[in-house]
Design a protein around this ligand. Structure first.
Ligand SMILES: NC(=O)c1ccc[n+]([C@@H]2O[C@H](COP(=O)([O-])OP(=O)(O)OC[C@H]3O[C@@H](n4cnc5c(N)ncnc54)[C@H](OP(=O)(O)O)[C@@H]3O)[C@@H](O)[C@H]2O)c1
Length: 322
């Protein structure tokens, strides 16, 4: 098969060993579309190796058609249209994945749009509703609000009655986030967000992929019993924490990652998406926001585009392009 290989920090579409037949609960997917994620940039640069046993090929999510199934597979048949959350291997013509990590695509949705779902909706759901245990009416601060994860999280907040405020890198992105359902926004290039979020009324939960100096600022805008869910460190891995404030305000700082979870752990997030989010995708209340598509042969250009920080929503690559 063909797959993306990394050579000298560039992505090349080239021949790769064929995958084995699926065993046990695995399904083999003919990839139609692959989603690009910020983590793929880190992996290309050697800063985010795949978990033990996972494919070395980049790519954390795909949509496609089931080509063959392992002997213990219960949920899928050959020919089903699926999307899947991966530990790796998505930038390829085919990928093997445990059936727990795949879902049938929502009714009425194209394979293209379905490729934009697994990684960002699983991340947003896991961290808002499972890790932070977000309750109806609680207020949320979303950093990188116009990212793939951010645009999914805004829509989940709106659907589940949680007012949200975003930080982003431009006025255009604030407006895009507001049109998705954000109640307010702050341009991160204008300095600290603390006063703006305090004036908005403070928050109960922060979804933070930035870290660095944001951690102390997050602490200043958190209400009593507030939770900071740390999902990345685009702003730096070193920070200072005000432990007195943390203790007095009963704040919690929770680190979270999706990729290293077991197939069953990823499957439990996918099952929650199927129960709570798939109906909203099928009735059109939530829509994946797709910024731009490329062909897989243009993966290198697509990744440079993602790194420019101008995208709002998802960048996808057509593999079979079905
Ligand atoms: N822990 C997990 O399980 C998990 C899972 C998925 C994603 N993530 C993390 O979630 C984040 C979003 O992922 P994604 O794939 O959705 O991203 P994306 O679509 O590539 O968007 C990332 C956005 O982050 C903003 N940004 C970049 N550098 C920044 C910095 N130094 N400080 C503040 N903002 C910055 C930029 O928007 P602006 O210029 O508009 O701010 C950029 O467009 C990433 O950090 C990713 O690693 C974590």
């Amino acid at each position: 098969m063909y797959a993306i290989a990394v050579k000298d920090s560039h992505l090349h579409w080239c021949e790769h060993n064929d995958l084995p037949s699926p065993g046990g609960s695995e399904i083999l997917i003919d990839v139609a579309w692959a989603g690009m994620n910020r983590a793929d940039v880190l992996q290309r640069d050697g800063g985010y190796p795949p978990p033990k046993g996972a494919s070395e090929i980049l790519g954390l999510e795909v949509s496609g058609v089931v080509a063959s199934i392992g002997p213990a597979v219960e949920r899928f048949r050959v020919g089903d249209q699926v999307c899947a959350l991966l530990a790796g291997g998505g930038y390829a013509e085919q990928v093997l994945v445990n059936e727990a990590q795949a879902l049938r695509i929502p009714q009425g949705m194209t394979l293209r749009d379905a490729a934009a779902l697994p990684e960002v909706f699983a991340t947003a759901w896991l961290n808002l509703f499972m890790e932070a245990d977000l309750r109806e009416g609680e207020r949320v601060l979303l950093h990188a609000g116009a990212s793939g994860v951010g645009t999914a999280a805004i829509q989940l907040c709106r659907a589940f009655n949680n007012p949200c405020f975003v930080t982003v890198g431009s006025q255009d992105k604030i407006e895009a986030c507001q049109s998705l359902g954000a109640d307010g926004g702050w341009n991160r290039h204008d300095g600290s967000f603390v006063e703006a979020v305090q004036n908005w009324g403070g928050v109960d939960v922060v979804l933070d992929p930035v870290a660095g100096e944001y951690i102390e600022w997050n602490q200043q805008v958190l209400n009593l019993d507030g939770r900071i869910i740390l999902i990345g460190f685009m702003g730096g891995r070193e920070t200072s924490v005000d432990l007195a404030r943390m203790l007095m305000k009963r704040q919690r700082l929770i680190g979270s990652t999706l990729r290293s979870r077991s197939p069953a752990g990823k499957g439990s997030v996918m099952d929650a998406l199927y129960a709570h989010v798939w109906p909203l995708l099928e009735n059109g209340r939530i829509k994946p926001l797709i910024d731009r598509t490329f062909s897989i042969q243009e993966a290198d250009e697509a990744m440079r585009y993602l790194e420019e920080n101008t995208s709002t929503g998802k960048v996808l690559m057509g593999v079979s392009g079905a």
